[in-house]
Design a protein around this ligand. Structure first.
Ligand code: ADP
Ligand code: MG
Length: 291
């Protein structure tokens, strides 16, 4: 495309909240035949709310206090939900030491002399915590599309926390339009298989890959490219950054983390998937103009 048509396209894009990093981003988007997208924060609002707490041999207030303590230094949307719930119940959040993030799994730390681990089944397996008592409840919550995390204190299961996160109202029509345009639509998430399938059930989604670490997200992009696909990846999180960087077109959500935006070549300011439909049309119009 000519420099002029690229300038026009980036100006139009900006007006509708779609920022292209460079001319290549505008031109490549036209040829994309596969859209991969993250679930949490991309398809969903990314504002999960705590909907249920189950306790195992501990008081609810203690479960929430330990959970909030170990989430306080975290930047994950699930962390914000835990803190908000603890605050709403007037719980004093204790100080955590030795805080560490297990990316795509959860968080760990110490409160006084208690070892605290909060996260998904993978984290519990890593910490050798027996979650048997919570298994059935966890699975029925996931089947409703909830995200489930477990709290372990000194290696013992103490709580189950369930979170609900609404699918963005713009997501369903945007995915419908993209499928209509012939794109293969792939959901990619670090969340569980059951939760991912429950969320995808009402949407135009061709494939679901769940339980994916940041490296696995990147491998899936690599595999699709190896099949000869032109791949766009939309994501919002730190865990999406390697996949965003590897895709033919990385699409960052304006409401997402800085590292996701930096790894992307297109940014959707409103974090709205409809922006992908518009960006694609703009890309096609730009190239057609100068031919
Ligand atoms: P997604 O790919 O859907 O954006 P992530 O890779 O960020 O999800 O997280 C995957 C899973 O890891 C979450 O569903 C949750 O179970 C767990 N997890 C990640 N971060 C945290 C955290 N700060 N606290 C508890 N659990 C977490
Ligand atoms: Mg995400």
């Amino acid at each position: 495309a000519t420099p002029m048509s690229i300038m026009v396209a980036s100006g139009r894009g900006a007006q509708m909240g779609v920022l292209f990093r460079d001319a290549a981003a505008i031109e490549t988007l036209r040829d994309v035949d596969t859209l991969v997208f993250d679930k949490t924060g991309t398809l969903t609002e990314g504002k999960p709310a705590l909907t249920e707490v189950q306790t195992y041999g501990r008081e609810r207030a203690a479960v929430l206090a330990f959970a909030a303590a170990v989430e306080r230094p975290s930047e994950h949307p699930l962390a914000a939900a835990v803190i908000a719930a603890a605050d709403a119940e007037g719980i004093v959040i204790p100080t955590v030491t030795g805080f560490e993030v297990a990316v795509g799994r959860g968080v760990v730390g110490r409160v006084d002399d208690t070892d605290v681990a909060l996260g998904n089944l993978k984290l519990m397996e890593q910490e050798r915590v027996d979650t048997g008592a919570a298994r059935d409840r966890a699975e029925s919550l996931r089947a409703r599309g909830s995200t489930v995390m477990f709290l372990a204190l000194n290696g013992r299961l103490a709580g189950l926390l369930a979170f609900a996160d609404k699918v963005k109202p713009s997501a369903a029509p945007a995915l419908d339009a993209l499928r209509e345009a012939g794109l293969r639509l792939v959901m990619l998430t670090g969340d569980s298989e059951t939760t991912a399938r429950a969320v995808a059930a009402n949407l135009s989604v061709d494939e679901v890959h769940a339980g994916a670490s940041p490296e696995e997200k990147a491998s899936i992009i690599r595999a699709l490219k190896a099949e000869g696909r032109k791949v766009a990846m939309a994501g919002d999180g730190v865990n999406d950054a390697p996949a965003l960087a590897l895709a033919d077109v990385g699409i960052g959500m304006g409401n997402g983390s800085d590292i996701a935006i930096e790894s992307a070549s297109v940014t959707l300011l409103k974090g709205d998937l409809a922006g992908i439909v518009r960006a694609r049309r703009l890309s096609q119009a730009t190239v057609t103009n100068i031919r």
